[in-house]
Design a protein around this ligand. Structure first.
Ligand SMILES: [Zn+2]
Length: 293
């Protein structure tokens, strides 16, 4: 069996995963204090992995990281405030298990490909639309990965010349227009909601579905999102697209408009009659399961 660790922006999940992708046991911790994050991660991982090893035969650890990985090191995880962090060297010696790191969206894509919604397709795309936009491509049954840098930074492809400044230092990135955080912020600002809490936004959307200003924001968002996704489709021509992250929870409001925008707009080079958009099967467990793959 393997241990999968999901390092989130505000939470760590650790689980023992069997050969069929089932989580046998799981432990979680919320990162409330944003100081000494590295120490918090190490202490929690060491304690829980050691406990799990007592009752399970574990041969390997995988970790899903929300950021850039190179040579099995965390180069940058912006939401955690971590840079150049060689967690593997620190933990491997103590835990006596080989440990491998991979970007979290790529881990989630692998989980969906092996056990979830993308299992029946050879060519697919996985997008995690939440605070940012993570992505991965499965091509001819394999996860595509670049050599020395992670690559597949769909979120930082430019969809607007001289557009909004992105955290990455460029302007007009797909993510600055189409992340789910951005969508929630726009609604909160327009209607003075004072919060971008998911439940508040969700009930506001349900109760005000006919409000013209809200419709305008939704249409605008779908337009930006469909431009970014069409660019990916035009390059990879996937059979299916699987969407995870908080976007997936609003599927009833956003999925059909997105499909319509992609199919009826003048965005796709090769016209299609239909496009398969799947809702990710593994929500919070995607990182743990995918990390073991
Ligand atoms: Zn960017």
């Amino acid at each position: 069996m393997k241990i999968g660790i999901d390092l989130g922006g505000s939470h760590i999940g650790i689980g023992v995963v069997d050969e069929k992708g089932n989580i046998i046991c799981k432990e979680e911790k919320y990162i409330v204090e944003k100081t000494n994050i590295e120490k918090q991660i190490e202490e929690f991982v060491i304690e829980k992995v050691m406990q799990m090893q007592l009752t399970n035969e574990v041969d390997e650890i995988g970790m899903a990281v929300p950021g850039t990985i190179s040579n099995n090191k965390i180069i940058k995880a912006v939401n955690l405030g971590i840079e150049n962090y060689d967690i593997v060297s620190k933990l491997e010696g103590i835990l006596k298990l080989p440990m491998r790191l991979r970007n979290d969206a790529k881990c989630a894509a692998l989980a969906e490909q092996k056990y979830g919604e993308l299992a029946e397709y050879k060519n697919s795309i996985f997008l995690c639309i939440g605070t940012g936009i993570g992505g991965a491509v499965i091509f001819d049954g394999k996860l595509l990965e670049a050599q020395n840098v992670p690559g597949f930074e769909f979120s930082h492809t430019i969809i607007q010349k001289n557009g909004i400044m992105c955290n990455c230092g460029k302007r007009g990135c797909f993510e600055t227009y189409a992340s789910f955080k951005r969508f929630k912020e726009k609604i909160a600002k327009e209607f003075n909601l004072g919060t971008i809490d998911g439940n508040t936004i969700k009930s506001f959307l349900k109760e005000n579905s006919e409000e013209p200003r809200l419709k305008y924001i939704i249409n605008n968002y779908i337009e930006d999102l469909s431009i970014g996704i069409s660019n990916i489709i035009n390059i990879f021509e996937p059979e299916a697209i699987c969407i995870g992250g908080s976007f997936a929870e609003y599927e009833d409001i956003l999925k059909e408009p997105l499909k319509k925008a992609l199919l009826s707009g003048n965005l796709l080079f090769n016209k299609r009659d239909d496009i398969i958009i799947k809702h990710a099967k593994f929500k919070n467990d995607a990182g743990i399961i995918g990390a073991t793959l």
